[in-house]
Design a protein around this ligand. Sequence first.
Ligand code: COA
Length: 249
Amino acid sequence: MPDIEIGREGRVQTIRFNRPEKKNAITRAMYREMADALNEANDDDDVAATLIMGTAGIFTSGNDLADFMAVAAGGEQANDVHDYLQAMANAKKPFIAAVDGLAVGVGTTTLMHCDLVYASPQAWFQTPFLDLGLVPEAGSSLIASRIMGHQMAYELLVLGERWTAERAERAGLINTIVDAGKLEAHAMEQAQRLAAKPPQALALSHGLMRNGPEEIVERIRHEGQMFADRLKSDEARAAFMAFMNRKRA
Ligand code: COA
């Protein structure tokens, strides 16, 4: 089975993380597929919306830490990640998420690019960027405050607090909490409702609500440079080694 499943239900494109044995950690190849799917949807009249999902109890544990270490070692470029983040910022079609269980790092910041987010009562959200010696990414240093205000965004992104679904709902990160058994069906129903809207009116309204991607695109670029430098820092290297060695202690 592929680590990312791209599918279609009517005019709704689906993206599913499917690497549960690694808590759906996202590798560079997975970022590439997601970036391509989002970009191709922009120009495909048969796609009206994209729904992103994980597996039972796992949305995603974020960037694959082994991939981070490879970048930190200097041999790799992080272009696939960057392309995925820019594809989200530039998405012309509605982007919907169904989150069951853990959503860590880019698993949480991805939601800040979504137009509708549904989560199960078991969902939890955390961005441990600072504890990994890193900085917030995906434009989150700009977008999160807009969604939830500075103090809440700071608690999530800088303090790295682990949020329950209730807390995320109060903060405005998610729309509604839906029982796990009904979560994907509900998210799909909402996506299909959007897909049934008059396409031109939807495209125009989506553009108005997103208010132009330029500022976010620029922030992703700026964060990305800082992030790439931080990956090579002693703080980050020590944190990655601690994760890799944690089961040996
Ligand atoms: N990158 C690479 N591998 C990861 C991973 C990640 N982000 N998250 C989990 N995994 C792997 C683990 O190494 C483990 O692999 P193994 O069985 O070969 O040892 C497997 O997935 C299961 O993870 P495990 O840690 O045993 O599950 P858990 O339920 O105890 O904890 C998490 C789950 C998500 C809390 C924990 O795995 C974690 O903290 N992961 C790192 C999250 C992170 O820092 N992401 C980057 C954010 S910027």
